[in-house]
Design a protein around this ligand. Structure first.
Ligand code: ZN
Length: 346
């Protein structure tokens, strides 16, 4: 298959995406509309300028800025509906979408009303063939007390479709030990545990996420590059990695991990991880803020040397790593494999 053929096949394949932030998916034109709703005049160029960063902290600042225009349940419904339509266009049939619960709480919002609007948006998406489950996320730099408060809300809202408690933001801001009470609480309530680790931090942050917080998947995980023994251990244990190449490039995380400026996507360790046996899944993280989408990330994988058969395994990993009951996961995988066969990928 040539590049165009593989792109067409990947586009037609039913896909899952597991690492995707709702608030990082707001297209520039929608930011302009949201800002106008709240009396702020912006141009698409203003937003594009805000969506460029020189480092990870610049990215966190931009994230803070864009979420400042999310003030009502209607705002959340708008961005969720738009995100889901874009996923459906790409043949994504299952998504785990992260909501920045910690940010809603910090802004003193009506979390319950916001989530009800999101839950309804997910119901609309389900009618169009996209199943959505939610991850309720705290920001590490907001501290242990806020993480615990966010964890309590995750548990309270869980019956509406929240399946996991997550942790994003500056992973070096707070030790894993300080986050244990929050994870102990959500785990006891039956929620899954997810952690961003090894995005900007080293292998020790990844190890602690698993050992101390019970992380079932690792968000990013680039830091394991510096610890081959840990890589082999995690490959053996089958712990999935949610890898987001364009994100790592655009936030400067890739440069930081490689210890040099100006590394391009060709230096990304996605293929290295895959070849080493890690369970790698592919995601966009914050697609609008990084100018990418899921098809774009698969094009990156193809450019990094994944063969068609390897692309099939990569895409299957997102279903096998989904936070779903085993029977449902197997049903998705069977549907995926049947279509992959029809498209000539197997
Ligand atoms: Zn993320």
């Amino acid at each position: 298959m040539n590049d165009a053929e593989i792109a067409a096949v990947i586009s037609a394949l039913p896909k899952a995406e597991l690492h995707l932030h709702l608030e990082g998916s707001i297209a520039p034109g929608t930011v302009v509309r949201l800002a106008a709703r709240h009396g702020v005049q912006l141009s698409a160029e203003d937003v594009a300028a805000r969506y460029r960063y020189s480092d990870f902290f610049g990215f966190l600042e931009a994230y803070k800025w864009v979420t400042s225009f999310l003030r009502s349940p209607e705002d959340y419904a708008l961005i969720a509906d738009e995100l889901f339509d874009r996923l459906i266009e790409q043949n994504v049939i299952y998504a785990e979408v992260t909501i920045s619960g910690g940010v809603m709480l910090r802004r003193g919002q009506d979390v319950e009303a916001n989530f009800e609007a999101l839950r309804r948006s997910a119901e609309r998406a389900a009618k169009k063939g996209l199943r959505v489950q939610w991850i309720f996320d705290a920001a590490r730099q907001f501290g242990a007390d806020k993480a615990l408060e966010t964890a309590r809300w995750a548990v309270r809202l869980a019956p509406g479709g929240i399946v996991a408690y997550g942790m994003g933001g500056d992973e070096l801001a707070l030790s894993a030990r300080e986050l244990q009470p929050a994870y102990d609480l959500t785990r006891a309530a039956g929620l899954h545990s997810l952690v961003h680790a090894g995005e900007t931090g080293g292998p020790e942050v990844v190890r602690e996420a698993i050992d101390l917080l019970g992380a079932e998947r690792i968000g990013h995980g680039l830091g394991v590059l510096h610890d081959p023994a840990l890589m082999d251990d995690l490959a053996e244990r089958g712990i999935p990695f949610e890898v987001c190449p364009t994100s790592n490039l655009r936030t400067g995380a890739l440069d930081r991990q490689l210890g040099r400026k100006g590394a391009g996507l060709e230096a990304h360790p996605l293929k290295t991880f895959f070849d080493r046996g890690l369970c790698v899944t592919l995601s966009t993280d914050d697609p609008a803020m990084f100018g990418t989408d899921l098809l774009g990330e698969y094009a990156v994988a193809a450019a990094l040397g994944f063969s068609p058969a390897e692309m099939e395994r990569l895409a299957a990993n997102s279903f096998s790593s989904a936070l779903l009951p085993e029977t449902v996961r197997q049903a998705y995988l069977a549907r995926f494999r049947q279509r992959a066969g029809e498209l000539g990928l197997l």
